[in-house]
Design a binder for this molecule. Structure first.
Ligand SMILES: Cc1cc2nc3c(=O)[nH]c(=O)nc-3n(C[C@H](O)[C@H](O)[C@H](O)COP(=O)(O)OP(=O)(O)OC[C@H]3O[C@@H](n4cnc5c(N)ncnc54)[C@H](O)[C@@H]3O)c2cc1C
Length: 479
């Protein structure tokens, strides 16, 4: 007999997890299935921690896939908001669909769920208002905005524990989860969703054809950035309407904690945003990790990208953060994902499959960084297997100019930010897929097919992705 559910969710990242949680909270009688191509959270482990090198885990990268998605190995910084702010500045555009006030209520509600499952009660960035204001004023003079919002920091090891508790809670309360199972295709008839075609993740990556069909009248796409390529294919194949998307391309920057001391102490994460230099493109810092570690993540087609995280207990003496440039294209080229993927491919080749690292001073000197130079550098790289080289071979002139101009501007706010010994790792790219066109109820142009979280371009971060899941559950329950 064919399997039938009320709701099938593709993916089990934070957006999907909070959807399932909220349906339980609302005492829903809906039969729910989460289909996740990665493993359960307790089986997720990144070999880099022991061996120091990425072995391209099969069938799926453990950093980006599995229960709690990219959240499991994330630094677990939950970005909240300031009550007095009229707008929301980080985490995507959920508020454009449901309004700022409702989004703030959702953040409060979702934060309480994180607390219930063991998140640290302490909020970073709330004690030093005067000091933060001084830095914000200094930044303003450089045409840079420093976003000052409270942050709840879980830490990578705590994120794992917390999501494990939620996983067990969902399973105990009747949510079905298929792990190591990929959704290969959607079943759509007369522009109405009917279900999904699934297969074992090993068969999926080997390109096998045979699939199991599972039916539901509602299918929610919660595929995250990992599923961005798959989502593009689905949109093309099934005529799901999309809008032009953005791709954020840049580098991971690593510098001594000492330089970032004040920002780390007062705010934990300083989010700088500006349009400086000749191009006036939007450049921002993202995912700042005090005393953290630079890490790698592997995407489809074996693309290796750089990222970063920090632990609650294990500490380095460096801070790392992303510096990202938003790229929007228009006529005659509008393929942001292809553009980003090509840059990543080129840079991966230049690094012989590894992340490339270069000293800032070497970029100014117009030369690559050599192994011996890196070994004697005062900023010691925390990503041990990064390949010293030349990022400028692959990162375009406009992107690199934006990054360098931005670093110089931030240096006027944070002394030492542009020191020649600081390290740039690449590529760091945030693929947001083409934005899937959705209604205020998150429904795509196909009846019964919904899109939430980072994958369809609505959110960009743990808290907002989680909130989108809570809201999706309420939409499904009609409350
Ligand atoms: C190293 C790292 C550090 C980060 N640190 C932070 C941080 O400190 N703070 C913050 O706010 N954000 C952080 N992020 C981003 C954050 O993790 C994401 O914004 C968030 O996880 C998005 O949730 P999501 O549910 O939309 O998607 P994801 O978490 O990406 O989950 C999507 C899931 O869908 C699955 N999937 C995709 N396609 C299919 C398919 N066809 N079939 C079956 N399953 C599929 C994937 O395997 C994945 O598990 C970090 C990300 C990384 C990688």
């Amino acid at each position: 007999m064919n399997k039938k559910y009320d709701v099938i969710v593709v993916g089990a990242g934070p957006s999907a997890v909070f959807l399932a949680y909220e349906l339980i909270e609302k005492k829903s009688n809906k039969k729910v299935l989460l289909v996740e191509q990665g493993k359960s959270v307790d089986k997720r482990y990144c070999p880099i921690e022991k061996s120091g090198k990425c072995i391209h885990c099969k069938p799926m990268c453990n950093i980006t896939c599995g229960f709690s998605g990219a959240g499991a190995f994330s630094d677990g910084k939950l970005s909240l908001y300031n009550k007095e702010d009229e707008d929301l500045h980080v985490g995507g555009i959920l508020h454009e669909y449901i309004g700022v006030d409702k989004t703030k209520d959702l953040i409060d509600y979702t934060d309480k769920i994180y607390l219930k499952f063991g998140a640290d009660k302490h909020l970073e960035g709330t004690e030093y208002k005067e000091e933060v204001k001084k830095i914000c004023d200094k930044a303003k003079k450089e045409n840079i905005t420093l976003i000052d919002i409270p942050i709840r920091h879980l830490g990578t090891e705590k994120s794992h524990e917390l999501y494990y508790k939620i996983q067990e809670y969902l399973l105990e309360h009747g949510t079905d989860i298929m792990f190591e199972t990929a959704v290969k295709d959607l079943i759509i008839e007369d522009n109405k969703v009917k279900g999904v075609k699934v297969q074992n993740s090993n068969d999926y990556i080997e390109g096998k054809e045979e699939c199991e069909e599972i039916y539901a009248d509602k299918v929610v796409l919660a595929v995250g950035r990992k599923g961005a390529n798959w989502l593009v294919d689905m949109c093309d194949k099934h005529n799901i309407t999309t809008e032009a998307g953005t791709v954020d391309i840049g580098i991971r920057y690593e510098l001594p904690d000492k330089v970032m001391e004040k920002i780390n102490k007062y705010m934990y994460e300083g989010k700088f945003i500006g349009r400086v230099g000749r191009y006036k493109d939007k450049v921002r810092t993202f995912c700042q990790n005090p005393s953290g570690f630079v890490s790698t993540e592997v995407y489809d087609n074996n693309i290796t990208l750089v990222n970063g995280h920090s632990y609650k207990e294990k500490k380095s003496t460096n801070t790392n953060l992303a510096i990202l440039v938003s790229h929007n294209f228009n006529y005659p080229f509008n393929k942001p994902i292809d553009y980003g993927r090509n840059i990543a491919k080129n840079l991966n080749e230049i690094g012989a499959g590894k992340i490339v690292v270069q000293r800032l001073g070497d970029i100014y000197r117009g030369k690559r960084t050599w192994k011996e130079e890196l070994e004697n550098n005062s900023v010691v790289p925390t990503l041990k297997n990064a390949e010293p080289g030349d990022l400028t071979f692959a990162i375009g002139y406009r992107t690199m100019t934006n990054i360098l101009d931005f670093i110089q501007s931030v240096d006027k706010v944070v002394e030492g930010f542009a020191a020649p010994e600081n390290l740039l790792y690449g590529p760091e790219i945030k693929f947001y897929s083409n934005k899937v066109k959705i209604t205020k109820d998150f429904e795509t142009s196909v009846e019964g097919l919904y899109s939430i979280g980072d994958g369809g371009g609505m959110t960009r971060g743990l808290m907002m992705a989680s909130c989108s899941g809570v809201q999706m559950a309420r939409i499904i329950e009609g409350v």
